[in-house]
Every structure is written in C-alpha cells, then in structure tokens.
Design a protein around this ligand. Structure first.
Ligand SMILES: [Zn+2]
Ligand SMILES: [Zn+2]
Length: 303
C-alpha cells in the first residue's frame, strides 16, 4: 500500500454545489464501465453480472413515467429546515419501485448465475409486505441478511426510483447538509467521491449518493465523515495507476474511496468501487471503517 500527502486545491467560486443525476446516460455508462473493469479481473464473472444488472436498470428507467414528488409546500418546508427533500427513510415510497424490481428480475432471469436465479425466484414469490420490509431494512441501514442474496436487486430497484425522483427536482430544492457525507437530496450516505474534470468544474471533489446518484461538492483534503482536515491520507493499491484511492482519516478512523477522472474520464463511483475490493481489505486491516455502503454489494457474498 502506498501513501501520499494530499495536494490542497481550494474550490473555485463557480463550482456547482449540486449535480442531479442524468437518467438518460447514468446507468448505461456505469454498465459500460462494469464491462470494461470485468476484463482480466479475478472477480470478472461477478462484475459482468453487475454490468448486466446495471444495463437492466438503464432499460427499466427508460420506461418509467415521471413519479409523484412531494408537493410544493413540503419541498419548501424541507428547504427552510435544510432537510433532504426526498428523505429515503421518511418519504412515502412510490409503489413504482416494486414494478421496477419486477421488470429488473424479468430482464435478468434468463441468464443469471445459479445463486442469483434462486434470489430472483424468491423475489417473484415475495408479498408486497415482504418486499417493503426488505426495502425498509436496506434504507434504514439494517439490511435483512437472511435475504442477503435478494438485496442487490432490491437496492437496484430503489436506486432507479430515487434516481428518477432526484432527476425531477431542481437544485434550488437542495441545501448543503451539516454532515458532509449525507446526500442533500435523499439523506443517504455517499458511496464514494469523484474528482471531476470539466470546463466549469476543474478537478473538484463531489460526493456521490449511494442511492439517488446525486452529487454534492465538498472541499478536498477534509474527511468526508467527521470534517477533520488534520489527519487525512490517501492510499492506493500497489501497481494501480491511481484512479481509485482510499481516503482515510485518523481522527475518526473512517474511510471512503475517491475516483479520479483525470486518470480515466470513464471512472464511476459505484463500479470502480466494486472493482477495487482489495483496497477495502487493505484499509480494513489497517483499522479503518468504511463510512458509506455500496448498495450493490450488500449480501453479494452469499449470492
Ligand atoms: Zn441521494
Ligand atoms: Zn474523519
């Protein structure tokens, strides 16, 4: 494991504070990335399957109609109180998520690996109440591990509806949250951060939501969990080209990964995270605890 100090680049004034998800390309680009990362990878079969799941997300999202947002009064109340307007734990979940789940399962059932086939069968025969319970547990941070193999599919469907809802909002509905790693749109933790390149966004750091795929700007060189700027360090796997690094903090012993567009413009916070589980093992062994989940990973090991 290599360690290096962080270069400090203060954000420029004109950085967009929030980037809402773009449904037309988000999941198709992520699926491409999974396919690319799967090549010559020790977990290649799993990454290929996640690419198929993500491609199915793209297709199902295309057919999803606009979903009902909270009314104007509720949106304004959330803005006044600096609360996420689509709080995943309190929002009345659109029933469309179960439709999305069914559509995902139908698209995957023909060529899913054996473990996944069983999970898909179990999902097809689950009652609405059982599915809602799985969703509640996942979004509440207490996933039902007895149904672990089903959770990546439940997560994928929830990502779809929350991404759709987020894309229907306007950034004026969002407020910067006190805690860096809380999504200003749905209140979920970030999966990773991304250093973006672009005409108006020069190498600025955005945290990426594990659920709704909204991104929000945070300063570089501060811990995204506790806000400390004192004891933050970056680590990467030996032999890597530095497109994925783990940012550890000795103040809170937390870590989250950062992906770098300057190293590869196609990096994706979700796919690149899952293709670098060896980096999680290294920083876990060094005593750091991850501060945000990758929802496609929960339960994956027993799938
Ligand atoms: Zn979110
Ligand atoms: Zn910290």
């Amino acid at each position: 494991m290599q360690t290096q100090p962080i270069d400090f680049h203060p954000p420029t004034e004109d950085a967009a504070p929030f980037l809402l998800p773009v449904p037309a390309s988000l999941f198709s680009e992520r699926a491409d990335r999974f396919e690319f990362l799967a090549q010559n990878h020790s977990l290649g079969d799993w990454l290929v399957f996640l690419g198929r799941l993500t491609r199915a997300q793209h297709e199902v999202l295309k057919g999803l109609p606009d979903l009902p947002l909270p009314d104007a009064a509720k949106l304004e109340l959330a803005r006044e109180h600096r609360m996420p307007p689509l709080n995943a734990q309190s929002l009345a979940r659109p029933a469309a998520w179960r439709f999305a789940l069914q559509q995902l399962c139908l698209r995957l059932q023909d060529d899913a690996p054996e473990g996944a086939q069983l999970a898909l069968k179990a999902l097809f025969s689950s009652s609405e109440e059982q599915l809602e319970k799985l969703a509640d547990g996942l979004l509440g941070g207490e996933p039902d591990m007895d149904s672990a193999a089903q959770l990546p599919f439940v997560a994928a469907a929830l990502q779809l509806v929350f991404t759709k809802l987020a894309s229907q909002l306007d950034t004026s509905h969002l407020q910067t949250q006190d805690a860096h790693n809380v999504c200003p749109c749905c209140g979920s933790p970030a999966v990773a951060s991304i250093l973006r390149l672009g005409a108006a966004i020069n190498n600025l750091r955005y945290l990426h939501c594990s659920l709704c795929n909204t991104e929000w700007n945070v300063p570089r060189a501060v811990c995204t969990s506790c806000g400390s700027d004192k004891e933050v360090a970056l680590h990467e796997l030996e032999g890597s080209n530095g497109e994925v690094r783990a940012e550890t903090c000795d103040a809170c012993k937390g870590y989250l990964k950062v992906v770098y567009q300057e190293k590869d413009p196609r990096v994706d916070p979700v796919a690149d995270d899952l293709a670098t589980l060896a980096l999680d093992l290294l920083v876990d062994e060094a005593g750091y605890e991850r501060t945000g989940p990758n929802l496609l990973l929960i339960g994956a090991h027993s799938a």
